[in-house]
Design a protein around this ligand. Structure first.
Ligand code: GLN
Length: 193
């Protein structure tokens, strides 16, 4: 199905959800915001979990009674694209934090893993078959390990930075902050099938 006919829900509790909406809309997709439990009754083909603060988003998800229904939808195969804090929310293991959230993606992450020097940085790299994809990292987590069913799509300094497991696409960086929309298109066309 072409990207333009997709309807994507963007978790809009905190973080840079507006930038995801702009990227998706630039590709012609329709977006709607998830802010409260009643928003989940709307019809959508996929979900975006933005960057921000995973601890804050995790708390708001629970306080607003969004956590359990979303986890259920994710475990039933709702297509999802998660960036940075979103990746932390999906991770099955968090190396340096006792909290766990949706835990549907078979990876171990470490929060704020790139240290002070590399806390925020920009690079270009391969994403799947594409070369030279721009990537913006902001206090990003690293993916310490990934299970056998997880495909690595991008790496930086020999550590995975973007992964896919079935209908879950997650990355440590922020494609929504840049004008290259290839990764959003990949989500719309390849993951939301
Ligand atoms: N450091 C944040 C966290 O631990 C993630 C940063 C981001 O989403 N840009 O949740």
């Amino acid at each position: 199905m072409p990207a333009a006919s997709r309807k994507i829900a963007v978790l809009a509790l905190q973080g840079d959800f507006a930038e995801h909406e702009k990227s998706l809309q630039a590709l012609g997709a329709e977006t709607l915001e998830i802010r409260q439990a009643s928003d989940l009754s709307k019809d959508f083909d996929g979900l975006v979990i933005p960057g921000g603060e995973s601890t804050v988003m995790g708390k708001l998800l629970r306080d607003l009674s969004l956590f359990a229904p979303l986890r259920e939808r994710l475990s039933q195969g709702l297509p999802v694209m998660a960036t940075c804090a979103g990746l932390i929310l999906l991770a099955r293991r968090i190396a340096d934090d006792p909290a766990l959230h949706f835990a549907t993606l078979d990876v171990t992450v470490r929060r704020n893993a790139y240290g002070r020097q590399l806390g925020s940085f920009f690079t270009r790299g391969a994403f799947g078959a594409w070369e030279d994809v721009p990537m913006s990292f902001i206090r990003a987590p690293s993916i310490v390990s990934a299970g056998a069913g997880v495909t690595v799509l991008s790496s930086f300094q020999e550590q995975p930075t973007a992964v896919r497991q079935g209908r879950q696409l997650a990355m440590a960086f922020h494609p929504e902050l840049l004008s290259d929309h290839r990764i959003h298109r990949y989500f719309l066309e390849e993951v939301c099938r």
